[in-house]
Design a protein. Structure first.
Ligand code: NOJ
Length: 558
């Protein structure tokens, strides 16, 4: 069947995803903590920006020792954030504006406070013992496997009560669930089904590689193949809601990522974050050389046409650079986070984009223009649309999880609570709400917010970017990335200058674009001007420092 964008069946192919931490977005009742009712009040804001998919970070009951990624009830809503009723109202309001809602699915582990783990620790023969992974002999040195090297020294912790060690890939207060246990898998499926029934359109699946790591010891229905579990989960999802997605966090080399998409069958994760591309982007930015990024994009494995890459330049964690070599990582650190206070776990940065770019609006806009024009589905982390900064004094990743800045008033309009009662303090420096906020930027036609809105809308008008075939175009400047996305007879060419120096470049049109009898020209989709293509099939482009151009190939007379 011919694909038609208007059917929207594969809505994730050109969605605009927006990630929100409910507790820091908008506080509707003045207790200092953002809530679901508050977020619902901001749905029109998200619709105005052009968001089509809202990703909620964990909203489940939690002792909050890993910002909600430590869950005590897979079926619950954290009472500080609201109720199931509030969640359903949010989903309904979003649906009304054409926005789908997905949520973090955190099932690699639970909180150590989860009733299952509490029961499991009671005795070795407790029925819940097998919900977790235990060993009776002392573990070997696993210090090289820990995710948080400043907090943990191994992935097994000793349980005094029962005299055995339990597995935890993350914090020791996050014991890993045992996926080899069919009862665990049953609970997970039930929880998925539960949230789908309440209206969610899918899940951002946390820590996928860790999750399936232990499945190979699993029971009959997933014999020996960890990926069979993901296939089973996807097929369950499809049975319950045909258009629901699994957007996976899989920070692995390309070859393995392809397997998590289900290879050529495309029957595992629907989407996956492009970590490799994101890391290469920062190397390119640091060097002012587009080649690392171009190389990473060209090396993306071929995926099933129904699957998709989620592109991003910032998420809620440390900006990880773990897939770069040590010397490459040091180059990025030197360029964008030279102080130890800006770095985390030796592998990442705890900064947001504008401060990293020295506040240069041309460079910041060029980066977001790249985000929206690279092949894939762009994902924004709340606050990026107004260029929020970070709080370097906040512990670890909390530096980039500060409250949303709505107005230039007390608490940035996030909450009416006294500042000392806020879940987290506002960004205190020149990026604070007096300087960076939604209200001011919405009124200013030249603001980042309005630029971002243009990008969102232009992206939505260019299905080639989400659906098309990607090629890097040859041109002489290493500072410049010129790429083309082609889909159903239509092409968009994007050109970005990663350097502060102006460049003048010549691009050759694709022979396919020139094949028609009519003249070919380029329509600049952001600057709204027409560019002539010479009779030799090339176009001359004068690029300012940090320039960004989006050009649609057109036929006929401008
Ligand atoms: C990945 C999440 O993005 C991160 O915030 C969390 O700490 C770990 N998974 C553990 O759930």
């Amino acid at each position: 069947m011919a694909r038609s964008v208007s059917t929207g069946d594969l809505w994730w192919k050109n969605a605009v995803i927006y990630c929100v931490d409910v507790e820091t977005y908008f506080d509707s009742d003045g207790d200092g903590v953002g809530d679901l009712v508050g977020l619902t009040k901001r749905i029109d804001y998200l619709a105005e920006l052009g968001v089509t998919c809202l990703w909620l970070m964990p909203f489940y009951p939690t002792p909050d020792r890993d910002d909600g990624y430590d869950v005590t009830d897979l079926f619950g809503v954290d009472s500080r954030l609201g109720t199931h009723g509030d969640l359903v109202e949010l989903v309904r309001a979003a649906d009304d504006r054409g926005i789908r809602v997905i949520a973090d699915l955190v099932v690699n582990h639970t909180s150590a406070q989860h009733p299952w783990f509490k029961a499991a620790r009671r005795s070795k023969d407790n029925p819940y013992r097998d919900y977790y992974v235990w060993r009776s002999d002392p573990p070997p040195d696993t210090s090289d496997k820990v995710v948080f090297p400043d907090k943990e020294d191994g992935i097994w912790s000793y349980d005094e009560r029962t005299g055995e060690w339990y597995l935890h890939h993350f914090f020791s207060h996050q014991p890993d669930l045992n996926f080899a246990n069919p009862a665990v898998r049953e609970h997970i499926a039930k929880s998925l089904g539960f949230w789908l029934q309440l209206g969610l359109a899918g899940f951002r699946v946390d820590a996928v590689p860790f999750l399936i790591a232990d499945v190979d010891t699993a029971a009959d229905d997933v014999p020996g193949d960890p990926h069979a579990y993901l296939k089973a989960l996807r097929s369950f999802l499809g049975r319950r809601r045909g258009d629901a997605i699994l957007l996976g966090e899989v920070n692995l080399p390309h070859k393995e990522q392809r397997a998590y998409f289900g290879g050529s069958d495309g029957d595992e994760l629907t989407m996956m974050f492009d970590f490799i591309g994101m890391e290469a982007l920062y190397l390119s930015l640091a060097r002012e050389d587009a080649r690392p990024l171009a190389k990473a994009l060209k090396a993306r494995p071929k995926i099933h046409p129904d699957c998709q890459w989620a592109t991003f330049v910032r998420n809620h964690d440390e900006l990880t650079l773990d897939k770069l070599s040590e010397s490459e990582r040091q180059e990025v650190f030197a360029a964008f986070g030279p102080e130890p206070s800006m770095q985390l776990y030796g592998r990442g940065l705890k900064r947001r984009v504008p401060p990293m770019m020295g506040g240069d609006p041309r460079r910041v806009r060029m980066i977001y223009s790249l985000l929206f024009s690279l092949p894939g589905t762009p994902t924004l982390y709340y606050g990026e649309e107004i260029g929020m900064g970070e709080d370097l004094e906040a512990e670890g990743r909390m530096a980039v999880r500060t409250p949303m800045q709505w107005e230039p008033t007390r608490n940035g309009g996030f909450s009416t609570a006294p500042p000392r009662r806020l879940i987290q303090r506002m960004v205190p420096d020149g990026y604070g709400p007096e300087h960076v906020n939604v209200a001011d930027q919405k009124r200013d036609p030249d603001s980042l917010w309005n630029f971002m809105r243009t990008l969102v809308q232009t992206y939505r008008e260019c299905p080639e970017l989400g659906w098309g075939e990607f090629t890097v175009l040859a041109q002489p400047h290493r500072e410049v990335l010129a790429h083309r996305c082609h889909w159903e007879g239509s092409s968009v060419v994007a050109v970005h200058n990663l350097s502060a120096q102006p460049a003048s470049t010549q691009l050759a049109m694709d022979p396919g674009d020139l094949a028609a009898d009519e003249p070919v020209w380029l329509e600049d989709l952001i600057a709204h001007e027409a560019l002539e293509v010479g009779t030799d099939g090339t176009v001359e482009l004068a690029l300012d420092g940090y320039a960004h151009r989006w050009l649609r190939v057109r036929q006929g007379t401008p």
